[in-house]
Design a protein around this ligand. Sequence first.
Ligand SMILES: [Zn+2]
Length: 85
Amino acid sequence: MSASDTTCQDCIDLMLDFVEGELPEDVRLKLEEHLGGCQPCEDFLSTYRVTPSVCRRAMVRDMPESVSLKLHQFLREELGREHKG
Ligand SMILES: [Zn+2]
């Protein structure tokens, strides 16, 4: 983790506004800083960017718990892999 206090969860929560350019400058910079150092979130963002707007809203707002858990598991695994180097 870097000095940034932005977590992967924050990233996912903010991604809708991020891709739509609705984030305030300071929040956007924090998010970009996190994305720059976090491959799983960067991958998630690329998926997110090609997803139609309507689905994006569903992804963020109506993400079922099972999906959310899977995503967290995925992020943990990806992060763990990175740490092993
Ligand atoms: Zn992340």
